[in-house]
Design a protein around this ligand. Sequence first.
Ligand SMILES: Cc1cc2nc3c(=O)[nH]c(=O)nc-3n(C[C@H](O)[C@H](O)[C@H](O)COP(=O)(O)OP(=O)(O)OC[C@H]3O[C@@H](n4cnc5c(N)ncnc54)[C@H](O)[C@@H]3O)c2cc1C
Length: 382
Amino acid sequence: MPVSELDHRLVALRQQVREWAADLRPIALEIDRDPDAINDHLDLPAIRYLSTMVIPPEYGAPPMTVAGHRFYGMASLERAVVLEELACADAGTLLAAPGASMSGVLVDLLADEQQKEWFYGQLLERPQWTFFGLTEPNRGSDAGGLRTALSADGVLTGEKRYVGNATRASLGVVFARTRPGPLGIVATLVRTSAPGYTAVPIDTVGLRGARIGAITLDRVEIPPEHVLGSHLSAAQRGMWACVRTFNRLRPGVAAIALGIARAAYEYVLAERDRPGRDGRDRLDVLGRRIEATRRLIRSAAMSVDANGGHGHLASAAKARACRLAEDATLEACELLGPGARLEHPVLDKLTRDARGVEFMEGTENMQRLNVFHGYLAGAFGR
Ligand SMILES: Cc1cc2nc3c(=O)[nH]c(=O)nc-3n(C[C@H](O)[C@H](O)[C@H](O)COP(=O)(O)OP(=O)(O)OC[C@H]3O[C@@H](n4cnc5c(N)ncnc54)[C@H](O)[C@@H]3O)c2cc1C
């Protein structure tokens, strides 16, 4: 079986999620207008699944059982399969869902037993949003240059920008600096009810469901037991964990971009009765690019699942999938003719969302740098 083919477990999972995803498209424009409308849809099976996804079984997460197989969303390949299907229905609603999300992957990697019990325990009590506070004003791509400070007596001060779900989260993680240099970066658990935490929404054009926000941390007190990775060496606590977390997450973001591209492609197929020869050829090319990108994403996910340090393929997949999402949505607009974005609000939304996913977890330029570093290190075999 080629590496990019799914086994029967994942085929069954994809089928189940595809059925659940059908609930998301009808609410896509509602969530786009008002991201807080997600509160009216928390009982949808897809949203309930997302709210406990990425919680390991040993902490009591209820499994998603499909055809006798249990799924917890811990593997990158599994997440890529789920996220493509949900994003193809609506990426905005997917990103609006509560759950462990990015923070869950970091906590799995970095937290000690007590921290995991605390973090996952909170999320199992009731559906809650989490946030992942890394990006700072004017230092987005330069994550290593972050300035948010955690003092020796546990006081957190700084600013974060463009953080998903920052205004509706009840807990999350913040990357901060304890001293200059790459070894001075740590991640800490933060409750948003803590005095000094404030967040305001940032209005966006695309992926509005993600409800990104600006966070101010004004002398937030952090108990020592909330600093992640104190049981690990200094080299493993900060940027190392951040890089490995992104390695694990990027196939999923790539799958979201792929889902957006597929949605645009399928939208044209459903809307355009008789594509002329040129239209058919363009759709064929798009269809082949979608399939090729899916294979790359699956290979990247398997590579990361086998070794969390192998993120070069994940960066290649993320860059290629985001480029595809932009090309596919613009192509769909052209194929449906002048005024397509006015006449087809769903297509207009897909086109806006495609631009947004480019910025999630690093822009194309950053992915290209990762791929180049991988090439220099011999990761692709020369
Ligand atoms: C929907 C969405 C959700 C997000 N969620 C989160 C989240 O949950 N948590 C979080 O912390 N952040 C989040 N972000 C922020 C995201 O990680 C940043 O937008 C991203 O890292 C880019 O940072 P920036 O926007 O400051 O752009 P900049 O870093 O200012 O980049 C602007 C442009 O300059 C280019 N550029 C920058 N540096 C270089 C370089 N060295 N070489 C070549 N080109 C360069 C970039 O490629 C880009 O094209 C989210 C963003 C979006 C859109």
